[in-house]
Design a protein around this ligand. Structure first.
Ligand code: 4AD
Length: 459
């Protein structure tokens, strides 16, 4: 079937005498003189208008309704209708897959909640095809950004025996029989498991990324990460994609500079390459989205320390659900207040209390904060988390001890500090949070095709 995509067809500059298109019917209107079919093939938001004589063979087939799949041959001609350049005068039509009136995506607005319940069909709705095209384009942009800067893409493992963030949120990976696991001294004998130790799905590729940065210089990972975190929020998923660059010979300010360049690059890429889909989001999802993104593409990002952030929150006089004091973990309400109300744009918060952060972050001279940064943006809150890493073996060991992280299990991580250690830094950007930011979509469940959240792994 030699078909042409609708996106390519709509970009034609001259009429085309004979083309074949395939796609799904959005609407069909049958008149006495002529029938109109809006056909969409997912290559772009715009549907192609098919114009057919009422006696065209196949047009009266049962099941030729909204949702049906067709192949149509015809002539591409300038359209007399306003709002479209081209239309296809059909000369032949074949029904590939019928759809009757029970097809759930009839032409009307559906709630996002309802569309989540039909995730197997929602890619055929405009909002979701636009989100998934944006994801695809931005994945490419991620690789292009790092390639242009000489970073090496490394594939870190998905199954791992280490818990990078130390939060105990690993999904267990095992081939043992849960009904009757082998026991040793009354405990599950993990030595008898597939990997001869306790393993899980990775929460972050960072630790392995660091090993590679300490050999290749500048690296990044881009892959799925998993957290068995019982968070029922609109910003947390149990399976999400993360981009994690790691740079040797870099400190926290280099890290912030890279994060700023990266985000600006991605926003500019989306504005330049995904115009049609962004216009749709601007019209239907978040009025003012494009102006907001254009402002970010040129803005310089604000920065303040955690200590200053706490002072600013206290001084604001606002009463929060979670009270603020030095040493408290900033909650989403605090993060959003900082970036939306106090700054009105992207904000790096740096130098968090060591107690709040993972063992691998570099301890500052004050002995109570670490060289950490979170990038907060309006609407989404935290989009990036990163740090300069603790490169001093003895300090690292002491931090691991304080946080109860096994030095024995991470012997390989410690060895990179023993031989040829150097200052290095990196961060993680949550890909879904990025897509939320770029599209204005407010729920993480609506920016990943098949979301995994507590209580839900359908499709
Ligand atoms: O702050 P996090 O936990 O940092 C790390 O995982 C580090 N190892 C990254 C690094 O330094 N290489 O997560 C980083 C980012 C967050 O800022 C957020 O955007 C995203 O990952 N994220 C989530 N996104 C969706 N659902 C979740 N449950 C997420 N948890 C974190």
């Amino acid at each position: 079937m030699k078909r042409i995509r609708i996106k390519e067809l709509l970009a034609e500059t001259t009429s085309q005498p004979a083309v074949t298109v395939c796609g799904w019917v959005r609407t069909i209107r049958r008149g006495k003189e002529v029938a109109f079919i809006e056909l969409n093939d997912g290559s772009c938001l715009t549907s192609l208008q098919i114009v057919a004589a009422p006696d065209l063979a196949g047009l009266d087939a049962s099941g030729l309704g909204t949702g049906a799949c067709l192949t149509v041959q015809g002539e591409l001609l300038p359209s007399p209708a306003s709002g479209q350049t081209w239309e296809l005068r059909a000369t032949a039509l074949t029904l590939l897959g019928p759809a009757d009136e029970s097809f759930p995506l009839q032409k009307k607005r559906h709630s996002l909640e309802y569309l989540r319940s039909i995730a197997h069909l929602r890619p055929r709705a405009n909002t979701f095809s636009a989100v998934f095209r944006l994801r695809s384009a931005l994945s490419f942009a991620v690789h292009r950004f790092f390639r242009e800067r000489g970073f090496t893409y490394v594939h870190t493992p998905i199954i791992t025996a280490s818990d990078c963030e130390g939060a105990g949120e690993l999904f267990r990976v095992t081939t043992l029989d849960p009904q009757a696991p082998p026991l040793r001294d009354g405990q599950v004998d993990w030595k008898a498991d597939f990997f001869a130790e306790k393993t899980g799905l990775t929460v972050s590729g960072q630790l392995e990324g660091e090993l590679c940065a300490l050999a290749l210089g500048d690296i990044y990972t881009f892959g799925p990460t998993f957290r068995a975190e019982d968070s029922h929020t609109s910003r947390h998923a149990a399976e999400f994609w993360m981009i994690e660059p790691e740079m040797a010979f870099a400190d926290l300010s280099d890290d912030c500079a890279l994060a700023e360049d990266f985000l600006r690059y991605l926003v500019t890429f989306a504005l330049n390459e995904c115009g049609e889909d962004l216009s749709f989001f601007n019209d239907r999802i978040e009025p003012g989205l494009i102006v907001r993104l254009e402002a970010l593409a040129t803005a310089s990002f604000a920065a303040m320390t955690y200590t200053e952030a706490v002072e600013r929150l206290l001084r604001s006089g606002k009463s929060f659900e979670y009270p603020v004091s030095w040493g408290c973990d900033l909650q989403s309400e605090h993060e959003r207040f900082l970036t939306e109300e106090i700054i009105g744009g992207p904000l790096f918060v740096t130098d968090y209390p060591a107690e709040l952060k993972a063992f691998y972050m570099r301890l500052s001279d004050d002995q109570r904060t670490v060289a950490a940064m979170d990038l907060l943006v309006p609407r989404v809150g935290e989009i990036i988390g990163g740090s300069q890493r603790e490169e001093r073996e003895e300090v690292l060991r002491a931090q691991m001890m304080r946080k109860g992280v096994s030095q024995e299990a991470l012997w390989w991580y410690l060895e990179t500090r023993r031989w040829g250690s150097c200052p290095h830094a990196g961060f993680g950007l949550g890909f879904e949070r990025l897509i939320m930011y770029l599209s204005g979509m407010e729920n993480i469940r609506d920016v990943i095709p098949f979301p995994r959240t507590p209580g839900s792994a359908k499709f």
